[in-house]
Design a protein around this ligand. Structure first.
Ligand code: CAA
Length: 254
């Protein structure tokens, strides 16, 4: 498949997706969402991809494309919703990182919220300004933002539509890290994650994602089953032997 709205790059075990509609500050349209969905489907099946970075040309993304939405009726709005694609990214079995420069607004910030790890530089501006358009965040923001930063801060951002800078984003816990060069730092972090045992990483991600959706007892039960299944992997043997032999483990994903 050829891509019109994104570009792809591979750095050994890292897949890098760049949102590429700079003329519209990378506003997310139907085609871009379709392309994102396709890449995540392909890289899910690609065992050589161990971590994925989403970034943008100059900006991260200034939200859903407002030109597309102007004349929607409610049915069309629901069909345009990014929920299926964003759910795929959130459930992706390998770490997904957002490298954020410039605007990450509306659906763009919600895309960053489905990532596992967010690194931003000083140019980053984050916000959910949908309220100023007569709507509110509709790509998971009302669920994922309060989970991440608490209901009070989430309401503040969603009700006011206010854009925050990177220091505030760090203070709120909205980003993991402030870096001089967001992409370079994110690549380093992705390389670190790509060296970890993939099965344990995948199961840890599943446990954390599930923990919010099921009751506590079930979550702990699920964790114990997932944790025990690590003992069926060679990587568990390798990790523990390497510790005892005082050497660095070499994980293979088996
Ligand atoms: N949709 C469509 N086009 C957009 C866009 C968007 N979300 N954001 C920016 N653009 C376009 C602008 O229309 C402009 O195009 P033209 O050059 O053809 O006029 C171009 O990108 C550059 O933008 P500006 O001239 O506005 O740049 P600026 O630096 O003056 O302002 C900005 C930057 C503050 C981000 C401003 O562009 C802006 O407010 N954008 C809209 C942000 C927004 O409201 N996002 C939420 C969208 S709704 C949503 O995401 C719904 C959801 O929950 C899924």
């Amino acid at each position: 498949m050829s891509y019109d709205c994104i570009s792809l790059n591979r750095r050994e075990k890292i897949g890098i997706i760049k949102l590429q509609r700079p003329e519209a500050l990378n506003a997310l349209n139907h085609q871009m969402i379709k392309e994102l969905d396709q890449v995540f489907m392909e890289w899910e099946a690609d065992e050589y991809v161990r971590a994925v970075i989403i970034t943008g040309e100059k900006n991260f993304a200034a939200g859903a494309d407002i030109n597309d939405m102007l004349d929607f009726n409610p049915e069309q709005a629901r069909a345009f919703s990014f929920r299926h694609c964003f759910a795929r990214i959130e459930a992706f079995s390998k770490p997904v990182l957002a490298a954020i420069s410039g605007f990450a607004l509306g659906g763009g910030m919600e895309l960053a919220l489905v990532c596992d790890w967010r690194i931003a530089d000083k140019t980053a501006r984050l916000g959910l300004p949908e309220i100023n358009l007569g709507i509110f965040p509709g790509a998971g923001g009302t669920l994922r933002l309060p989970r991440l930063i608490g209901a009070a801060r989430a309401k503040e951002m969603i009700f006011s539509g206010r854009t925050i800078n990177v220091e505030q984003a760090l203070q709120y816990g909205l980003i993991n890290q402030l870096a001089d060069d967001a992409l370079a730092e994110t690549i380093q972090t992705a390389e670190m994650l790509a060296s970890k045992p993939p099965v344990a990483l995948k199961l840890a991600k599943q446990c954390i994602n599930q923990a919010f959706d099921i009751d506590g007892t079930k979550a702990i039960e699920f964790e114990s089953i997932a944790w025990a299944s690590c003992f069926a992997t060679r990587d568990q043997q390798e990790g523990m032997k390497a510790f005892i032999e005082k050497r660095k483990p070499e994980f293979t994903g088996t």
